[in-house]
Design a protein around this ligand. Sequence first.
Ligand code: ATP
Ligand code: MG
Length: 372
Amino acid sequence: MNLPSNVYQARVKAGILKQDNAQQNVVMLLDQLCKSLSTYQPSVHSSGGMFGSFKSLWQKPLPPPKGIYLVGSVGRGKSMLMDLFYEQVPVQHKLRTHFHIFMQDTYKRFHTLKQQSGKGGDPIPDLAKELAQKAWLLCFDEFQINDIADAVLLGRLFEQLFALGVVVVATSNVKIEGLFQNRPGSDAFKPFIKVLSQQMTQIELNAAQDYRLGRPEDEKRWLVPCNQENKERLDHVFLNETHGRPVKEETLMVMGRALHVPCACGVVARFSFQDLCDVALGVGDYLVLAQRFKTIILDDIPQFNPENMNVIERFTMLIDVLYEQNVKLYVSAEADLEEIYRKEDRRAFFERTISRLNEMQGQNWGITMRGR
Ligand SMILES: Nc1ncnc2c1ncn2[C@@H]1O[C@H](COP(=O)(O)OP(=O)(O)OP(=O)(O)O)[C@@H](O)[C@H]1O
Ligand SMILES: [Mg+2]
């Protein structure tokens, strides 16, 4: 088995990564988990057949190793380390996914199973079993709980997954005890926090720097302000990216609903900020866009009004999805990135958005995939 630490060291030696002691400490723990998992078999995957069933009568399954919850500020290397672990861990039934995407798929499957089980049926046990059979090592990037519906579904689902011996590794900007707190209904979520703390070791990654900062920025992709000159610059970008081919409107389908794209050509699309963030769109819509288009041009981002959290949260979600899907983004905005949301006590989720948008300005963004 090639341990995460070997790969990490090799990448440092090759100059791909900078040596970072805080990351190094996390890598050691990831090594340990790799070793524990190499001899672990969850009950849901233990060998079937008659002998298997007899055996399970008198032999208690081994308790699962604790997963890892990697928390820390933006750009510290959490996702990079989890991916490194994921590549090396000797587990066949494993899944690495962005948490937004996992939630999308889970809701879809939940509703299908609910329809099949009829009125009063509880689809959660079947859903958990199905998931665990597909993958008993789940690696989630950007674990977060956005609303009460997610909180309720996840609480019950994870309880069952853990009971089936599933092991979870996750990255997050929020500590376990801070998930879905100070929100209406958060008390009901407390038992889930306890379960997560029992099943996962929380590790804080205090790496030395935000590795997204300080990259070359030859090509400007965040244009300020929203004036005629910048509109024309974005026209020019569109022309360059599409090589002058004809532009058309498009309609994409998202879970049976039509999503209108006013201006598309090949894998390039152009929207106004209002089109995407000032209407009732959600993660599902953004994901469909991000999977359909490689380059998105967004005109007229205003300076955010803290009173209108819906718009800010939608923009945050949009950037999360575009970032995850490696989409190239050009915008015109009323203010520089750091000034777009000026509230003093700007919430942590917006720091992540700024950090990502910074990385997305890099000249190679959207051309080469990140190391994942
Ligand atoms: N030691 C390092 N040396 C050089 N580059 C690094 C190092 N660690 C991370 N990076 C790079 O920095 C960028 C940010 O890392 P990563 O995406 O893993 O951060 P993160 O902690 O997951 O951030 P976020 O909380 O926003 O998701 C990535 O492109 C990654 O490859
Ligand atoms: Mg990350």
